[in-house]
Design a protein. Structure first.
Length: 288
């Protein structure tokens, strides 16, 4: 059984291959003194192993086989993460979604989610919700339909409040300038962001802040914050995000952006099914 349906993998791979220049790389290393060497493992093979690691959360040693070693996976993953391929992939997915469906930028929301990081690393810290074990946090900005716009990785013991500004700072870089409205786009946040340190920057950035007030029941004030909560549930479906074993920040954010790109493509296909028709249109709404 395939890890993910072809309707998700193929469009992702086409853009991914273009970003890394897969077709331009020679089969043998041109700098080898004898003009020959072991054949380079195709990028598509390594890409499928990376997707397997993302979906299942398995270690690279378990995923490795005769055609692709764990060292090859780590080296190629290191190159892709350093080049920022994950973020570029998400930017292209968002552009396609905005062109075909349209992003809902009238109401945005930001929230953090804590998951496990048993191996420690640059984005690991004592988790306040897991008896002080090592954990990591992702801070995500989403549009009004729960489409991820910007993601950053942090330690589990980092408070959500200081992560708000760096999270929002990269939104315009991902999707371009926000639409101009009299009051500005709405920003829906939970009570963890209820402080002057957050309200003032939001006003400077032009957002209309809707922040839950500390000491008052949250469900009444939840409002339009539910899309980002649902987005966290979608992203927790990826094993690598539930249990991060990589120690470097760039690797962690590569996986975050790759999972977000898959989420955007899945939502694009599901929404496009009722608006467009194409020869390979999926017959079911549930794309695993």
């Amino acid at each position: 059984m395939p890890l993910l349906p072809a309707s998700l993998i193929e469009p992702l791979w086409v853009e991914f291959a273009d970003l890394i220049g897969s077709e331009q790389r020679p089969e043998f290393s041109p700098i080898h003194p004898w003009g020959c060497h072991r054949r380079r493992i195709p990028d598509r093979v390594v890409f499928e192993h990376v997707i397997a690691a993302l979906v299942h959360g398995s270690g690279y040693e378990r995923l490795a086989g005769p055609g692709c070693s764990d060292r090859t996976i780590r080296r190629r993953l290191d190159d892709w993460a350093r080049a920022g391929v994950g973020q570029k992939q998400l930017r292209r997915a968002l552009a396609a979604y905005d062109q075909m469906i349209g992003l809902d930028l009238d109401d945005l929301s930001v929230d953090g989610s804590i998951t496990k990081a048993p191996c420690g690393g640059e984005v690991a810290g004592r988790s306040p919700v897991d008896r002080g074990k090592q954990g990591t946090k992702r801070s995500v900005a989403a549009d009004g339909q729960g489409i991820p716009l910007r993601l950053i990785a942090a330690r589990a013991n980092d408070h959500d409040s200081p992560l708000l500004e760096p999270t929002l700072a990269g939104v315009c870089d991902m999707i371009g300038p926000l639409p101009e409205t009299p009051q500005g786009p709405g920003m829906h946040l939970d009570r963890g962001y209820d402080s002057a340190n957050n309200r003032d920057p939001l006003e400077v950035l032009g957002y209309d802040a809707h922040i839950a007030v500390k000491g008052e029941p949250a469900p009444i004030q939840a409002g339009k914050r539910w899309p980002v909560e649902r987005l966290h549930a979608w992203m927790n479906g990826f094993g690598k995000l539930r249990r991060l074993t990589d120690k470097r920040r760039d690797i962690a954010e590569f996986y975050l952006n790759l999972a977000a790109a898959l989420t955007v493509i899945r939502r694009l296909i599901n929404r496009a099914r009722t608006l467009y028709r194409w020869p390979t249109r999926p017959t079911t709404r549930r794309l695993r």
